[in-house]
Design a protein. Structure first.
Length: 236
């Protein structure tokens, strides 16, 4: 598809390792650590996610040339996971923006990662790939029934109508808050706020920007601005 080679991507890499025996029953083995640290990723987050008997230790960045493998070596050393057995290593690009066109006007229609349907800021792509797949299949049925390939364009339109606002808002969030270590620290501080946590949770679960609690939105807007301009307290 034209422009697909220029798709802006975050490169993600993770190592699946055995959960050390001494971690069993410990809180660290049942919580997700999300780490904002410029040394581990200049523009994204790194993570330690428990998967029961295994752990995923990973990171991502849009910066070409940044060594993801070295970052994970450092993160594993930092968290005492350097001696744990590595079972598997995986890496892949995660697209950051829906492509301008998903079809060739004839018989090809992209969806999911190939169409760029991964939410900015969170990198959440599984739900969106499935939603996109359903919309693409429905569109294909219409194309087959009408014999009009021009209708292939409807898949992208449907997807953006349903999720475009969330992608737009998360894109702005990523642009502002993942920009530098200072902003990332402010972002983490902001996430301490109960209103932010409630509205973010609701939006993530329901996959739409919540319209409930307009006062909470107004409060968050002012807190957002205060943090952006450095008026709010920063984490030490
Ligand atoms: C390290 C990492 C962590 C992630 N974490 C999360 C997360 O926590 N939550 C989340 O929501 N998303 C996450 N994502 C993103 C998510 O995995 C993707 O957005 C999602 O899997 C996209 O689904 P897809 O069906 O479009 O593509 P894929 O899941 O990539 O599926 C494409 C399939 O096509 C196959 N294929 C490729 N070429 C051919 C060919 N020529 N012929 C036949 N088959 C072919 C591939 O083998 C693959 O099975 C993560 C991604 C990475 C890389």
């Amino acid at each position: 598809m034209p422009g697909a080679d220029k798709l802006k991507s975050v490169f993600a890499y993770h190592e699946i390792i055995e959960t050390p025996a001494e971690w069993e029953g410990h809180a660290i083995a049942s919580r997700c650590d999300v780490i904002y640290d410029g040394a581990l990723s200049p523009d994204f987050y790194s993570w330690v996610f428990p998967h029961g008997e295994t752990l995923s230790v990973g990171t991502g960045t849009a910066e070409q040339g940044f060594s993801l493998r070295q970052s994970i070596t450092d993160l594993r050393a930092r968290t005492g996971l350097d001696t744990a057995k590595t079972l598997r290593t995986e890496g892949a690009p995660i697209p950051m923006k829906p492509l301008k066109r998903w079809d060739d006007g004839k018989h090809v229609l992209l969806c999911g990662d190939a169409a760029g349907c991964v939410a900015p800021a969170s990198g959440e792509g599984i739900f969106y790939a499935m939603a996109c797949g359903r919309m693409s299949a429905e569109t294909m049925m219409e194309v087959l029934q009408s014999n009009d390939p021009a209708l292939l364009r409807n898949a992208r339109k449907r997807f953006l109508k349903a999720h475009g606002k969330v992608f737009w808002a998360l894109g702005i969030m990523q642009y502002f808050w993942y920009h530098s270590d200072k902003r990332r620290e402010r972002f983490v501080t902001m996430c301490d706020d109960k209103d932010v946590q409630r509205l973010t949770w609701d939006s993530y679960l329901n996959k739409r920007l919540t319209r409930k609690e307009p006062m909470a939105h107004i409060k968050i807007f002012f807190k957002d601005m205060a943090h952006l301009f450095g008026i709010g307290p920063a984490r030490g």
